[in-house]
Design a protein around this ligand. Structure first.
Ligand SMILES: Cc1cc2nc3c(=O)[nH]c(=O)nc-3n(C[C@H](O)[C@H](O)[C@H](O)COP(=O)(O)OP(=O)(O)OC[C@H]3O[C@@H](n4cnc5c(N)ncnc54)[C@H](O)[C@@H]3O)c2cc1C
Length: 301
C-alpha cells in the first residue's frame, strides 16, 4: 500500500484518483506494477489544480497510451497523469493547419487530416500512441516525423501554469526531444501539406506494410531500440542470432527482431533482462551499442 495515500490528494480529488493502479492496464506490453496515484483529468483546469495541490516533492509521470513504456514490476512512486479520455479536441485552424490536444490518438489525426484534404500526416496512422506521446518521442515512420510539422506546442508545468512554446524552444532529434524540464504537452498546432486529393489509400497501404513486417496484434512496444547512425537495430539483433531468444514469457520477435513480445505472462523484469541481453550480445558481436527507444520507468520489485 502506498505511503502517499490521501496525504497528497485534496478532498475534491479523493474520489477520482485511483490508488495502487496496476500500470499493466495502461501499457501495450501489459506489464508494470502499481502507480501510487493515477489520475485522468476531465480537462486542463482540473489538471492544473490537481498539480497545484500535490506536494512539490511528489514525482509526476505523464502517459498517453503506454505504447512506448516499460514500467517495472514495483510500479511508479508518485502520481501518473493519463491524457487518454481527456485532451481530445481536434480542430482545423486553416486550410493546412490543425490544433490537436495531447490525448488525441495519432491515427485519428492522420485520418482527419485526409478528410480535411491535408497530406503528409498519413505516417501517424500506424503509430498506436497519442499526440502527446508523439511530441515527447518525436515519433515517426516511413520518412515522416512529428516535429517537422510543429508550429507551436501548449504545455502545463508542475505548478499548473499554462504556456505556449515555439518549436525553437526544443532541441529535436531522432526519437528525442529536449526542452524545458518539468512541463508536459497538452496540445500542439501542426502544419501539413495542402492536398485536395488526399485519400485513405496511402493509410491503408502503410498499415498493410506494417502487418507484413511487424508482429501486429501481439503485446509489444514497437521498436525497442533506436537505429544506430549507420545501421538497423533489427539487422544487428538478427545477425547476433537473437530472433526468438526467450527469457520467461518474453521473446525477441521472429517477425521483426527489434520487437520484444510478451506472450502473456512476462514480467517487466523478463523484458528488461531480455533488453540487457540483446544489448550485450549485439555489442559483443558487432561492437555497436544499442540504446533503448522505449522509456523504462518505475521501481524493480
Ligand atoms: C505496434 C507498435 C508500433 C509502433 N510503431 C512506431 C513507429 O512507427 N514510430 C514511432 O515513432 N513509434 C512507434 N511506436 C512507439 C509508440 O507508439 C510511440 O513512441 C508513441 O508516440 C508513444 O505514444 P504514447 O501515447 O503511447 O506514449 P507513452 O508510451 O504513454 O509515453 C511515451 C513517453 O512519452 C511521455 N509522454 C506521454 N505523453 C506525454 C505528454 N502529454 N507530455 C509529455 N510527455 C509525454 C511519457 O512520459 C513517456 O516518456 C510503436 C509502438 C507499437 C506498440
Amino acid at each position: 500500500m502506498s505511503v502517499l495515500r490521501s496525504l497528497d490528494v485534496g478532498p475534491e480529488f479523493a474520489a477520482r484518483v485511483l490508488h495502487d493502479e496496476p500500470m499493466s492496464r495502461h501499457t501495450s506490453w501489459h506489464v508494470g506494477g502499481p502507480a501510487d496515484l493515477f489520475f485522468t483529468p476531465r480537462d486542463i483546469m482540473e489538471l492544473a489544480s490537481f498539480l497545484r495541490q500535490l506536494r512539490p516533492e511528489v514525482a509526476v509521470l505523464w502517459i498517453g497510451l503506454g505504447s512506448n513504456l516499460l514500467v517495472r514490476d514495483g510500479g511508479v512512486r508518485g502520481a501518473v497523469v493519463c491524457t487518454v479520455g481527456s485532451f481530445g479536441a481536434l480542430e482545423r485552424k486553416s486550410v493546412n493547419v490543425i490544433r490537436a490536444e495531447a490525448g488525441v490518438p495519432c491515427a485519428r489525426v492522420a485520418k482527419q487530416c485526409v478528410k480535411w484534404g491535408m497530406g503528409a500526416a498519413e505516417f501517424l496512422a500506424g503509430i498506436p500512441g497519442t499526440l502527446g506521446g508523439a511530441l515527447a518521442m518525436n515519433a515517426g515512420a516511413w520518412g515522416g516525423e512529428t516535429w517537422r510539422h510543429v508550429i507551436e506546442v501548449e504545455v502545463l508545468d508542475r505548478r499548473g501554469a499554462r504556456r505556449t512554446r515555439k518549436r525553437d524552444d526544443y532541441e529535436v532529434g531522432y526519437r528525442q526531444v529536449k526542452g524545458p524540464q518539468n512541463e508536459w504537452f497538452t496540445g500542439a498546432t501542426l502544419q501539413f501539406e495542402r492536398n485536395a486529393r488526399a485519400d485513405t489509400d496511402l493509410i491503408s497501404e502503410l498499415l498493410e506494410r506494417r502487418k507484413q513486417t511487424q508482429p501486429i496484434g501481439e503485446w509489444n512496444c514497437g521498436s525497442v531500440f533506436v537505429n544506430p547512425r549507420t545501421d538497423h537495430a533489427a539487422r544487428l539483433i538478427e545477425d547476433a542470432g537473437l530472433k526468438g531468444y526467450r527469457i520467461g514469457d518474453a521473446s525477441v520477435s521472429t517477425k521483426h527482431a527489434n520487437f520484444i513480445i510478451n506472450h502473456g505472462k512476462a514480467r517487466a523484469a523478463d523484458i528488461e533482462a531480455l533488453i540487457r541481453h540483446v544489448q550485450s550480445t549485439v555489442a559483443r558481436a558487432s561492437g555497436i551499442e544499442l540504446h533503448t527507444e522505449v522509456r523504462i520507468v518505475g521501481e524493480a520489485r
